[in-house]
Design a protein around this ligand. Structure first.
Ligand SMILES: Nc1ccn([C@@H]2O[C@H](COP(=O)(O)O)[C@@H](O)[C@H]2O)c(=O)n1
Ligand SMILES: C[C@@]1(CO)OP(=O)(O)OP(=O)(O)OC[C@H]1O
Length: 157
């Protein structure tokens, strides 16, 4: 078995939604990003890559590459899943925490779990999505941005 962790942050900018875990969540701000800026999927990709010491998301999908402008991050997740499968692993379970004051994540967590489980080809109960505020402290507390952490266990196929 292998274990990995990931972390991602995006600043809020103009817009009317944020992508989280592959789900479009209505919000009065968007995020500043090269891709769709999905912090949940970016943190999870980094956790999967980290578990096998395969570098990070920016190595596989460089922000300098125009192919990834506005990209759907589910594409990154599926690619990372293929990379780990090529090495004889699948995600045993994954646990993600989103940190922001708003939007509220809870009402969308089930849809995020379903999207992630579908892309990874694993059971729904192997995917956890949680959220917390930072009690109005720091950049997330001031509503300047959104962060996510992820941890995953890889098990042999
Ligand atoms: N963006 C968020 C933040 C929090 N939640 C839910 O609220 C609960 C309480 O958050 P605290 O930071 O005050 O502990 C938290 O456990 C989540 O269930 C949320 O849905 N979205
Ligand atoms: C996802 C990539 C894709 O170019 O760009 P961003 O959407 O800006 O997201 P980030 O979390 O900074 O990760 C780096 C890149 O791989």
């Amino acid at each position: 078995m292998r274990i990995g962790q990931g972390y991602d942050v995006h600043a809020f900018g103009d817009g009317d939604h944020v992508m989280l875990g592959g789900v479009r969540v209505p919000h009065e701000r968007g995020v500043l990003a090269h891709s769709d800026g999905d912090v949940v999927l970016h943190a999870l990709c980094d956790a999967m890559l980290g578990a096998l010491a395969l570098g990070d998301i920016g190595r596989h999908f460089p922000p300098s590459d125009e192919r990834w402008r506005g990209a759907d991050s589910r594409r990154f997740l599926r690619h990372c899943n293929e990379l780990i499968a090529q090495r004889g692993y699948r995600v045993g379970n994954a646990d993600v925490t989103v940190v922001c004051e708003r939007p509220k994540v809870g009402p969308h967590a089930q849809a995020m779990r379903e999207a992630i489980a579908a892309d990874l080809g694993i059971d729904l109960d192997a995917v956890s999505v949680k959220a917390t505020t930072s009690e109005k402290l720091g950049f997330t507390g001031r509503g300047e941005g959104i962060a996510a952490t992820a941890i995953c266990l890889l098990v042999p196929l």
